[in-house]
Design a binder for this molecule. Sequence first.
Ligand SMILES: [Mg+2]
Length: 245
Amino acid sequence: MLIHNLIVILMTNNKLHAINAHDLLVISGGGFSCESWLLGVETNNVRGWKTVPRGCESFVGQYMIGKRYGEDLAMVVGEAEKYARGLKLGGDGKEVWVFDVDDTALSNLPFYAHRGFGARAYNKSEFDVWVNKSRRPAVQQSLRLYKTLLSLGIKVMFLGTDFEHDRDIISANLRKVGYITWEKLLLRIPKVKLSTISFKSSERKKLQQEGYKIVGNIGDQWSDILGTPEGDRTFKLPNPMYYVN
Ligand SMILES: [Mg+2]
């Protein structure tokens, strides 16, 4: 009871940033650990969540803004580069790598950080304004992978959950931050109601039917990398900010 009160007081005074993640875990140890939640999210055991759990906003903030998020991205990208460098290419230019857009190629971290990673961060109209400003920075580790793949002769496809009517905005944003070329930028059509998994797997299937060989597929959501055909190898980037069904 005393411990519970301590959390509430700290949160009411908005001073959770003053305590470190380990302290937060100890304090919240009454059956719910933010670190366990994060592990559950990244292993696809925790699904369908709408917002970061109350009490874990600061934990997520520390993870995202501190060193750890960047280190975790670098670990995934390092493995992806190792895999890509070991591929034997056919010489016909048909090998492609699929990149998701949101929080894989382009970062929405400033948007969520500005809103404290909590319930305030889930405002669709504010998010649309943010996307329309075309000022999203690159996820630097993904940009590094992109450049490595191009240097190896592997083509890049962007497969976003964004809508076709934002094509010009997204293209301009991608180019501005260093994604200078791509084989295709595939986006959703609003009237076609498909789940993300169905949409993305059907687009990947079309790529295969066109003769492309999907050697790699990288995304920050499980819905980017589940569904047949998923690609020869998939890579999951961390994202505890939101969940896409
Ligand atoms: Mg994404």
